[in-house]
Write a protein that binds this ligand. Structure first.
Ligand code: BGP
Length: 498
C-alpha cells in the first residue's frame, strides 16, 4: 500500500451518465397537508418546540398521545407545524422543476405521500386526486429530462395507523402498505425506474414515531426495544414484498434500500475502541443487510437470545425476504462519529438524532453535526466491498442559517462543503466504486425533519419563508446554484470557486 496514492494522488472521476441531482421529501416540501382529501400523516403532527435547544434532537422528537391530539386541534395555517406547509411544492412544483432543470439535474428524488392516495391507509381504492398529482409530477420531470427517484415511505405514515394499528408493530401494516405500493407500481411504473422503499430504514430506534408510528405509552408492559425490532421486521417484509411487486408490475425498474450511513471510527487504537466501533457499525447495517442478503445476520439473533427479545417471524417471511432483495443500495450521509470505551469528560457533538464524543480532527456545522468528507469516501468503499452492488448517495448536505441579501445568498460555506464531498466521491469512483448518482439533500429549501425549522436550510434555491410560516415562498437562486450547475455541466470536472 502506498500512502501517497491513497491520500493525495488519486484523481476524482465521474462516469458518463452519472445521475447528478437533488433530493426532497414530500412531507417536508409539499405542504397542502389537508388538500384534496389527503389524510394527516405522522409528519403533520410533529412540531417545532419552544424553549428547547434546537440541537436537542431527542427532546425535540419525543411525542405523546396528548401531543398528537393537541396537534389535531391546531387549525392555524401559521405556527409550529412546519411540515404542514413545507415549501409549498404541491402548488409550485413546476417552477421548482424548472429550476432543477436549469441546474442541469439528471434526477430528482421525491417521495409519494401514502396519505394522498390512502388518507387513513385502510381504504380499498386510492384517491383519484392523489394519483393524478404524482402522475403529473413524474410526467413534468420526464418532460424536463429529469429521472424520478421515488421513495415510497419517507416519514409520512398515515396518522390513523397510529391509533388503529399501533403503527408498524401491527403485522396488518404489511398488507396496507403493499396495497399502496401496488398502486404506485401500476400507476407510475411507466414513468419511474428508480424506487426506494423505507427512508433511513435503520432509524426506528432513534425516532420510533416518525419512522414507524410507535408511541411509547401505547406499549405499556412491553419492552420498547422489542417493539422496535418487531415493527422493523414488518417494514423489512413489506419492503421485500414491494420489491417483488415492482419486479412483476413494473419490469425494468430497480429497487433500492435507504440507510442512514453513520460511520463510526474508533477514537483511539485501543482494541476496546476498535471493538466498540465495529459493533456500532454492524448495528448501523442490520436493516440494510436484510434488504441486501435476504436474511438476518447471525449476531442479532444471538443478541435477541441474550436479551430475551422475541421477534415473531414466520417461515413465509423468510421466503419473502429472500425473494425480495434489492437491486441497488442507497444511503444518506451527513457525518461520521467516534466510539470509545471512555466517554467521560470528552467533548460531545450531536448527530442525525444521535450524539456522541467529538472527533478532535473535524469541524462541525451550526447544528453541531461533524463535517467529514473523507468519511464519505470511506463509507463508499466500505459499502461497496460489503454489498457488491451499485450505490447511490441520495442525501448529503449542510444545514445552515443563510443570510438573504440583495436577492441572493452568498453561501460559500455550502460550496466548500459540496466541493470537499464531491472530491472524495470522485476519488472513491476512481478507486473502483460503482456509484449511480448523487442527490444533495433539500436542494430547494424545505422544513427540517428533526427540528421542523425552515431556518435550517440546505438548498441551492432559497425559499422566502420563516419558521412560523410567514413569507411569500418565492424562490431565489443562491450562489451555490450556479456553482452546482457548473459542476453538473462539467460532469464533476470543475469544482473551482465561481
Ligand atoms: C435525513 C432525512 C431527511 C432530512 C435530513 C436532514 O435524516 O431523511 O428527511 O431532513 O436527514 O435532517 P434535518 O432535516 O433534520 O436537518
Amino acid at each position: 500500500m502506498n500512502a501517497k496514492d491513497v491520500l493525495t494522488e488519486l484523481k476524482p472521476e465521474f462516469p458518463r451518465g452519472f445521475l447528478w441531482g437533488g433530493a426532497l421529501a414530500a412531507n417536508q416540501c409539499e405542504g397542502a397537508w389537508d388538500a384534496d382529501g389527503k389524510g394527516p400523516s405522522v409528519a403533520d403532527v410533529t412540531r417545532r418546540k419552544e424553549n428547547i435547544d434546537p440541537k436537542d434532537y431527542k427532546g425535540s422528537h419525543a411525542i405523546s398521545l396528548a401531543d398528537i391530539h393537541a396537534a389535531l386541534e391546531w387549525t392555524d395555517e401559521l405556527g409550529p407545524y412546519g411540515k404542514r406547509r413545507g415549501n409549498k411544492f404541491y402548488e409550485r412544483y413546476l417552477e421548482d422543476l424548472d429550476l432543477c432543470a436549469e441546474m442541469g439535474f439528471k434526477t430528482l428524488r421525491v417521495s409519494i405521500q401514502w396519505t394522498r392516495l390512502f388518507p387513513e391507509a385502510e381504504e380499498k381504492q386510492p384517491l383519484e386526486a392523489g394519483v393524478r398529482f404524482y402522475r403529473q409530477l413524474f410526467e413534468a420531470m420526464r418532460e424536463r429530462s429529469i429521472e424520478p427517484l421515488v421513495t415510497l415511505h419517507h416519514y409520512e405514515q398515515p396518522l390513523a395507523t397510529v391509533f388503529n394499528r399501533r403503527g408498524w408493530y401491527d403485522r396488518g401494516m404489511i398488507e396496507l402498505f403493499n396495497r399502496f405500493t401496488e398502486v404506485c407500481f401500476r400507476e407510475y411504473g411507466d414513468l419511474v425506474t428508480y424506487w426506494l422503499t423505507f427512508n433511513e430504514v435503520d432509524s426506528i430506534f432513534r425516532h420510533p414515531f416518525t419512522t414507524a408510528g410507535l408511541v411509547e405509552e401505547q406499549f405499556e408492559g412491553l419492552d420498547m426495544e422489542q417493539v422496535c425490532y418487531q415493527a422493523l421486521h414488518h417494514q423489512l417484509v413489506a419492503a421485500a414484498v414491494a420489491t417483488t411487486q415492482m419486479h412483476e408490475l413494473a419490469p425494468g425498474g430497480r429497487m433500492g434500500c435507504m440507510l442512514t450511513k453513520t460511520l463510526h471510527y474508533p477514537l483511539t487504537s485501543h482494541p476496546d475502541d476498535q471493538l466498540l466501533a465495529q459493533r456500532v457499525n454492524r448495528e448501523n447495517h442490520l436493516a440494510s443487510d436484510v434488504h441486501a442478503f435476504g436474511e438476518y445476520p447471525g449476531w442479532v439473533l444471538k443478541e435477541w437470545e441474550r436479551k430475551g427479545i422475541t421477534v415473531e417471524r414466520t417461515d413465509a417471511d423468510a421466503a419473502v425476504l429472500k425473494e425480495g432483495v434489492i437491486d441497488y443500495f442507497s444511503f444518506s450521509y451527513y457525518m461520521s462519529m467516534v466510539s470509545t470505551r471512555d466517554e467521560a469528560d470528552k467533548e460531545k457533538v450531536s448527530g442525525n438524532l444521535t450524539s456522541g464524543v467529538k472527533n478532535p480532527y473535524l469541524d462541525v456545522t451550526e447544528w453541531n453535526w461533524q463535517i467529514d468528507p473523507e468519511g464519505l469516501r470511506f463509507s463508499l468503499i466500505d459499502l461497496y466491498d460489503r454489498y457488491r452492488m451499485p450505490l447511490f448517495i441520495v442525501e448529503n448536505g449542510i444545514g445552515a442559517i443563510d443570510e438573504f441579501k440583495d436577492g441572493t445568498v452568498v453561501d460559500d460555506y455550502r460550496i466548500a462543503y459540496f466541493r470537499s464531498h464531491i472530491t472524495e466521491i470522485g476519488k472513491a469512483i476512481a478507486d473502483g466504486v460503482d456509484l449511480l448518482g448523487y442527490t444533495p439533500w433539500g436542494c430547494i429549501d424545505l422544513v427540517s425533519m428533526s427540528t421542523c425549522q425552515m431556518s435550517k436550510r440546505y438548498g441551492f434555491v432559497y425559499v422566502d419563508a420563516d419558521d412560523e410560516g410567514h413569507g411569500t415562498y418565492d424562490r431565489s437562486k443562491k450562489k451555490s446554484f450556479d456553482w452546482y450547475a457548473r459542476v453538473i455541466a462539467t460532469n464533476g470536472a470543475n469544482l473551482e470557486d465561481l
